[in-house]
Design a protein around this ligand. Sequence first.
Ligand code: NI
Length: 179
Amino acid sequence: MENKKKLTLVIDPDPILHQIANPVKNITPELDDIFNQMADIMGRFDGIGLAGPQVGLSQRIVIIDAGTIATEDKLPPPPEKYMKIINPEIIEMSKETCVREEGCLSLPTIYYNVERPCSIRIKYLNEKGEEIHLDATGLLARCIEHEIDHLNGKVFIDYVSPFKKRLAMSKLKKMKPTK
Ligand code: NI
């Protein structure tokens, strides 16, 4: 993956947010730089997760602020603050669903309740290329589901009623990039 450019946050409506992102074929040192830039952007905008398309990269990569999420979920801190996720796949999801309000850095000022499976099992490659299997629940599961949606060209307002979605889109079209 070639990248030396400075990444910036992509705001909806933008076509890259509605495309299926490409799998990562090779884990190269450039990916470290990309994840570092993504962590920086996520921190600056107070996010807990960020996907490749949200920084203009049509690549199946996600960064999750697992440290902040563990605090929210009242769990002990994870060994590493950031989860760096490459080519994730959902292997299983619970039939049981949970509803919680969501937002998205690419859809500033928009917040709606979204119903999602309460827990999931995923597999992915970490930044070292190791295959990881993970069971997630609570906010961690929700965040991972939201980010994997981004890799599949889906944003969270795709789940709300057409009326609420139109309302959100008209709000977003008047918005300008902030930072
Ligand atoms: Ni999002």
